[in-house]
Design a protein around this ligand. Structure first.
Ligand SMILES: NC(=O)c1ccc[n+]([C@@H]2O[C@H](COP(=O)([O-])OP(=O)(O)OC[C@H]3O[C@@H](n4cnc5c(N)ncnc54)[C@H](OP(=O)(O)O)[C@@H]3O)[C@@H](O)[C@H]2O)c1
Length: 246
């Protein structure tokens, strides 16, 4: 992806990884549109940066996604990069029968959200001279954390979906997967205080790789490479035990 002069939509751009990417990509000379449910968070993320536009959308709602995408292509016809970053992570206990609200919400936001938004924007992106779709998955797509089973599964599904999308759009839209390790954000309660890669370091590395020539199809950062390659390297059991405190 070119490092500047893009019009970039980042979902979940009001906090964490999305916000950090939005700031860096804006400062490189791109117009960045950030989208999420909380307008106050989006407004804070856009503060002081004239070419960040904040738009409220709930990506759990298929009708809202269609209306949002339609409006976006009219108001921002140069839109050429979609970063599917919004996501939720819930902890779930599998030991007994349970209420499935968290599992269902996770599939809706993390799996159906990017599928629906990509579908709503793909025809527009195909009209752009240079376009990219960036899907944010997780190291947990490759080696699961037992306490977040549906989250891991949603990210594994998006990984697989991304492989198909890359092949289907080959030569027309670059399809890139960003595979974060544990990063210090508010994704789960207390995560900013737990062990993890500092958000600024992570975002610097991702933006550097995104703007490299040619762009890598998969972007791993520090420990996520370890999880990504665990099975291929014959270290799945070892990494699984490490991640799950075994
Ligand atoms: N931090 C990590 O360790 C880590 C590791 C691997 C992968 N990831 C992935 O990185 C992405 C960003 O997470 P993060 O760590 O930056 O956490 P975060 O700060 O909680 O960011 C998640 C963003 O998604 C948005 N979002 C959630 N549900 C939404 C919905 N229904 N509609 C629209 N926006 C929605 C949130 O905004 P609103 O609440 O305002 O809607 C929020 O800005 C996620 O996909 C996550 O799975 C993170």
């Amino acid at each position: 992806m070119e490092s500047n002069n893009n019009t970039i939509l980042i979902t979940g751009g009001g906090s964490g990884i999305g916000q950090a990417l939005a700031h860096r990509l804006h400062d490189l000379g791109n117009h960045v549109i950030i989208a999420g449910r909380r307008l106050d968070a989006l407004a804070r993320a856009a503060e002081g940066r004239s070419r960040i536009t904040a738009i409220q959308v709930d990506l759990d709602d298929a009708t809202s996604i269609e209306a949002f995408a339609h409006r976006l292509t009219i108001d921002h016809p140069t839109l050429n990069v979609l970063i599917n970053n919004a996501g939720i992570m819930r902890f779930e206990a599998l030991e007994h029968r349970r209420d499935l609200a968290d599992a269902e919400a996770t599939v809706t936001t993390n799996l159906l959200g990017p599928i629906r938004l990509t579908n709503a924007l793909v025809d527009h992106l195909l009209t752009q001279p240079s376009a990219s779709i960036v899907n944010v998955t997780s190291g947990l797509a490759f080696v699961p954390l037992v306490v977040s089973p549906t989250y891991n599964a949603s990210k594994a599904a998006i990984h697989s979906y991304t492989v198909s999308l890359r092949e289907a759009l080959k030569g027309r839209i670059d399809v890139i997967e960003v595979i974060p390790p544990q990063v210090k954000t508010g994704l789960t309660p207390g995560q900013e205080q737990r062990e993890g890669v500092p958000l600024g370091d992570f975002a610097d590395d991702v933006v550097m790789q995104l703007c490299s020539e040619p762009t890598r199809p998969e972007i791993t950062v520090q420990y996520s490479q370890y999880a990504r390659r665990a099975e291929a390297d014959g270290r799945f059991d070892e990494v699984f035990a490490m991640i799950n405190g075994g």
